[in-house]
Design a protein around this ligand. Structure first.
Ligand SMILES: [Zn+2]
Length: 271
């Protein structure tokens, strides 16, 4: 794992140096502007031509603010980075030539506005944010991993999809999330159903599609401030000890990337 981690750090460093993927601190002013203004002009194109359809695959969190920690103490950012890279490559190889990977640096909250800014400046058609899930702190249990006290919860597993009603393309976002959810289901994967439960507290969400696991999450900046359709994918729970291992496997990576690509093809064919 240590070797894998150093490879990821190297890859991330090279991507952060690439002008295509990076959103530098020079754009902080633009990010602040985005923070103040609500999106007015919807910018998703009415139809979908695969080579021209612009998809931004956003790597959730940053190397500095890495998100959740897995049951085996690996940061969420690494999981997000590996999967988002694969999804990007898959979409490109299937004809979505304008797909790009978005890696953001810095602290958590400014990075959210950098993401929105990057998506809105690039006249994106779809913003897809890739994350991995954990549980509220009160559900954590302890175990020993690699000689260190570590935290886990095997109680919940599965992926989930989130959309915001505040997004100017809510209907399109919901349609896309449903299509991705259906494809994930066809791959034999199940969604995380716990978000409707009282035990989730402030993380409780309204389930918009109980067949494929699409939830409503209005307040999320990357979903509500983007002018394009936007979907957030929690690809699975890294705090669940078994699912963490699955989420590291090539099979699971292929299943998720394949599901996203199949959903996008379906979306384009229908337009
Ligand atoms: Zn996350």
């Amino acid at each position: 794992m240590a070797q894998l981690r150093s490879i990821i750090v190297g890859l991330v460093a090279s991507i952060l140096l690439s002008p295509l993927a990076t959103v530098g601190s020079g754009e902080a002013a633009a990010a602040r502007k985005v923070a103040k203004t609500k999106p007015k002009q919807p910018q998703s194109s009415a139809k979908c031509e695969m080579p021209k359809f612009k998809i931004v695959v956003d790597v959730g969190h940053t190397p500095d603010s890495y998100g959740a920690l897995s049951a085996r103490n690996d940061p969420e950012f690494g999981f997000n980075f590996r999967l988002a890279r694969l999804i990007t490559a898959k979409l490109r190889s299937e004809g979505f030539a304008e797909t790009r990977l978005l890696v953001t640096d810095g602290k958590a909250r400014p990075s959210l506005f950098k993401r929105v800014s990057a998506a809105n400046e690039g006249r994106t058609d779809l913003f897809l944010s890739v994350h991995h899930d954990s549980v509220p702190d009160k559900l954590l249990e302890t175990w020993e991993f690699d000689g260190a006290k570590s935290y886990f919860s095997d109680r919940f597993s599965g992926h989930s999809l989130f959309v915001s009603r505040q997004n100017p393309h809510f209907a399109t976002s919901l349609m896309l999330a449903r299509m991705i959810g259906r494809q994930l289901k066809q791959q034999g994967l199940h969604y995380a159903s716990q978000y409707t439960l009282p035990v989730m507290g402030r993380y409780r969400r309204q389930l918009l599609d109980k067949d494929v696991g699409v939830y409503r999450y209005d307040g999320l900046i990357v979903l509500s401030r983007t002018r394009s359709a936007a979907v957030l994918l929690e690809a699975g729970s890294i705090i669940n000890r078994d699912e963490e291992m699955e989420l590291n496997s090539a099979e699971r990576h292929e299943a998720v990337a394949g599901a996203v690509a199949a959903a996008m093809r379906e979306f384009c064919e229908r337009r």
